[in-house]
Write a protein that binds this ligand. Structure first.
Ligand code: ACO
Length: 434
């Protein structure tokens, strides 16, 4: 039987046959469904894109029911165990794992582009001492476009490749400068002898020592966290990157939009909320009462539940394992015991089982970041640095997709029909409409 959908319009009695490709029907097929020749045609209404595929993608695969996450076909567990962030970034951007030669060139190109123009320091200096580092990151990454005016030539392959490298390379430097500014400490320049995450720790934490030596366990833990956060298909910030990128600005401007989308508490702000919740619970004996309050509708168990994952978020299990390694270096974060017990009780509780609520990526990441000395304001910044690889990959895929055009949704207009303008004196007070 052919893969088609038969639709009967009960307003007219007419029947339409619409092809099904890759498990989807094209929304434009509905436009032919009309009640009269001057009818615009049927639209599909989908606020928040709950069931709309906005693109075809070959980057990241998620099966939320089975708890599967793969980049370019490779399971996240294998990448977290055997790869490193820069290799994963190469994979996400270019589609294949690099050969030794390709990898060496990629790492070299990124390492030697970590410096930022000295004038960027003046922007950072201009921020108030308590400016949120994410606000500084959004602004400075947008400002980079003015330093690289050629970056607007987005359809030139070599120019595009260079901006992708610049973005991956410079985000840690922008982030670290924002952090040092908030502490009133001098900026630390990149150290090309160190790894991607080793250098980030250097730029964040180096004091007066001649050379900063990152702790190998913490360097690797951060690298694994970066692998886990590198892409997550069409989430809010990836969608922002694609939507803004679809009008063809330079990628620095589009990344600023993606960062702004990420900044919101509904996107990456949950790990901060988890820390707050665990601190408020305070001790193991108060967990049962807390769970009862959640079940009674008084707040959420933060770090639990996900729009896509209706099973254990595969990233959460990797992070949970890694937490133990980190705490051997930093000392055990007492919040971990509360988190583990909370998880144990919740996973046995009918309320959470019935609703398929499992720990998500944010349940353990905040505890690790806190133990590594990061203030909560840095959490979204630590998300934005590795997600840059995902954003540029999504952006490039969109640019090279011949089906894509400027992203411009339709609306269902429910406002006034035409009415005539009245001079001020003839108007009656109307109540405001949203
Ligand atoms: N604690 C308690 N109950 C919950 C939770 C939770 N964390 N999450 C969902 N529920 C309940 C809802 O109250 C609802 O119950 P009902 O059917 O009795 O009304 C049911 O489970 C379904 O929840 P929805 O809100 O419909 O699920 P949705 O897919 O819209 O929301 C979300 C997903 C936003 C992640 C939600 O689970 C949540 O708010 N979790 C806490 C915040 C959090 O951890 N966010 C991080 C997500 S990961 C990330 O963004 C990187």
């Amino acid at each position: 039987m052919a893969d088609t959908l038969t639709i009967t319009d009960n307003r007219t009695g007419r029947t339409y046959e619409v092809p099904i490709d890759d498990g989807a029907v094209r929304a434009m097929e509905f436009r032919q469904i009309k009640v009269s020749d001057d009818d615009f045609g049927l639209m599909v209404y989908d606020p928040a894109f709950m069931n709309t595929a906005s693109c075809k993608s070959r980057i990241t695969y998620i099966d939320g029911d089975k708890g599967i996450l793969r980049y370019r076909g490779y399971p996240i567990e294998q990448l977290a165990e055997q790869s490193n962030y820069l290799e994963v970034a190469y994979l996400i951007v270019n589609g294949e794992l690099p050969t030794r030669e390709q990898y060496d060139r990629w790492v070299h190109d990124i390492t030697y582009r970590t410096l930022i123009h000295e004038n960027i320091k003046k922007f950072v200096d201009g921020f108030h001492h308590d400016a949120h580092p994410m606000g500084m990151l959004v602004s400075t990454v947008a400002a980079l476009s003015t330093f690289y005016p050629e970056s607007k030539h987005i359809f030139d392959e070599e120019t595009r490749r260079l901006q992708i490298i610049r973005l991956i390379a410079k985000m840690p430097t922008l982030a670290a400068f924002a952090y040092r500014h908030s502490l009133g400490q001098p900026y630390v320049y990149p150290d090309n002898d160190l790894s991607f995450t080793g250098n980030l720790l250097n730029m964040l934490y180096k004091m007066s020592e001649a050379k900063y030596q990152p702790h190998p366990v913490l360097e690797r833990a951060l690298d694994v966290l970066f692998i886990l956060h590198a892409d997550h298909e069409q989430n809010c910030s990836a969608n922002a990157m694609r939507a803004v990128g679809s009008s063809h600005p330079d990628p620095f401007s589009a990344i600023a939009a993606a960062c702004a989308a990420l900044y919101g508490p509904l996107h990456c702000g949950a790990n901060e909320e988890v820390l707050r919740m665990l601190t408020q619970i305070g001790s193991l004996d108060r967990i049962p009462a807390f769970i009862e309050r959640v079940k009674g509708g008084e707040g959420l168990l933060m770090g639990f539940g996900h729009r896509i994952y209706k099973n254990y978020d595969p990233r959460a299990s990797i992070i949970k394992e890694m937490a133990h390694q980190v705490f051997e270096v930093t000392g055990r974060n007492p919040l971990l015991d509360i988190a583990l017990e909370l998880e144990r009780i919740a996973l046995e509780d009918e309320y959470f089982i019935k609703r398929k609520l499992y720990p998500n990526v944010d349940f353990y990441s905040g505890i690790i970041y806190q133990s590594m000395g990061f203030p909560v304001e840095m959490f979204p910044v630590l998300f934005a640095i590795p997600r840059t690889a995902g954003w540029v990959a999504q952006w490039q895929e969109m640019l090279l997709d011949s089906e894509q055009k400027i992203a411009r949704p339709r609306q269902l207009y429910l406002g006034y029909d035409q009415r005539d303008y009245l001079p001020t004196g003839q108007r009656e007070k109307q109540s405001a409409v949203a």
